[in-house]
Design a protein around this ligand. Structure first.
Ligand code: SF4
Length: 378
């Protein structure tokens, strides 16, 4: 039972306590200034503890962005490079394999792989990134390619999305990351990333992935030109697909970072907005087990607070993060296991190492094995 409730939140509190689904209008209320943030957080924490108890999940992972060259020009992106720019790169097989070796040498369970859509790299090159890593390091879980990339591969090969997914699974992809979602509503999407895969293709990719047995994550990029109703629309679209397939594991709200982007005149969202978005997401997405406070984007202090505002996961140790550091993120590029466990403990939660598919990890130094599956309460 919660302690108190303001008048505006009372009907929502009653629904949350009864485990009932929140409506679009409830979502707008949660985002309104009249809804006190501490109470919204308290409601989200109730759901968080109902689903995940006191656990604060993390993993040991490494990022790989095999190229930053991209045919698209999303206005919020500081990572991309033009084909002939000095900043542009395209990794060769040796560099890709070296990144896998570095991951294994550091006890990682996962490689997170996303990048640009290179003007000249063929589908076979992208597939080769996966098959090279999978053949050399079969113990590493490859969480690879957003729907933006899968859609691009579909265009390159002139094959359906499902074929591309099946072929990538055959090469070694183990799950899909949540990127490329940005904001689904066309009023926003058509302004910030008009050329890349639209919401229909994004959902087609995840629906097919789930039907093929892949688990995936999902995201929302907030704090730029969107308004609250765009965010609630976004969350409900994700909730609807989850009702259909049950394939999403984790939702990650991504705070916009403006430096070096086409939207550099916009101030990045503050910690209050970060915490409210985490809490509202936890409350609206009643059918997704985990909420991730991505410390790279939020900053360590806000990520710690988010563990009391709905989040139960803090992502990983992370190496070689480029996408948000190019956009001005001031966080470190890596945390040690000791640091990540300590920041979870400081937030009053119990650190639990997980693998990509939410199994407990049993570890001795860099040697590890997969333990039992983590079951989230409904
Ligand atoms: S967000 Fe992705 S698709 Fe858009 S410009 Fe950046 S790298 Fe390219």
């Amino acid at each position: 039972m919660l302690r108190t409730s303001s008048e505006i939140l009372r009907p929502i509190r009653e629904k949350v306590e009864a485990g009932e689904r929140l409506s679009f209008d409830d979502g707008l209320t949660l985002y309104s200034d009249a809804a006190p943030l501490p109470e919204v957080g308290e409601l989200a924490n109730l759901v968080r503890e109902r689903k995940n108890g006191d656990a604060g999940y993390y993993n040991i992972n490494t990022h790989l962005n095999p190229t930053n060259v991209c045919v698209y020009r999303c206005t919020f992106c500081a990572f991309r490079a033009d084909l002939r720019s000095a900043k542009g790169y395209l990794m060769d097989e040796e560099q890709v394999r070296a990144r896998g070796q570095e991951a294994v040498d550091n006890g990682c369970t996962e490689l997170h792989i996303v990048g640009g859509l290179h003007h000249q790299a063929k589908y076979e090159w992208y597939r080769g990134v996966i098959s090279t890593l999978h053949e050399s390091f079969p113990e590493l879980h490859l969480k690879a390619w957003t729907p933006v990339e899968i859609d691009w591969f579909s265009r390159q090969t002139q094959k359906p999305i499902r074929w591309v997914l099946e072929d990538m699974i055959d090469a070694g992809v183990g799950s899909l990351p949540g990127g490329g979602a940005e904001i689904f509503h066309p009023e926003v999407r058509n302004k910030i990333c008009e050329h890349k895969a639209d919401s229909t293709r994004w959902f087609e990719t995840h629906r097919n992935a789930h039907q093929l047995g892949l688990r995936s994550n999902c995201t929302m990029l907030y704090g730029h030109i969107e308004q609250a109703y765009h965010r609630i629309d976004h969350l409900i679209r994700l909730r609807d697909l989850q009702d259909e397939t049950g394939g999403f594991q984790t939702f990650i709200p991504l705070a916009f970072h403006p430096d070096n982007t086409g939207l550099s005149h916009i101030k990045k969202p503050n910690a209050l907005m970060d915490l409210r978005t985490m809490a509202v997401s936890r409350l609206m997405l009643d059918n997704i087990a985990h909420m991730k406070a991505y410390w790279i984007m939020l900053g360590i202090g806000t990520a710690q607070c988010a563990l009391a505002y709905g989040a139960d996961d803090i992502d990983g140790t992370v190496r070689h993060e480029l996408i948000y550091h190019d956009a001005g993120a001031e966080t470190p590029e890596i945390l040690s296991v000791e640091q990540i466990r300590q920041l979870i403990e400081e937030a009053g939660r119990e650190p639990v190492e997980r693998d990509t598919l939410y199994h407990r990890v049993e570890r001795e130094g860099n040697a590890w094995r997969t333990g039992e599956a983590i079951a989230a309460a409904k």
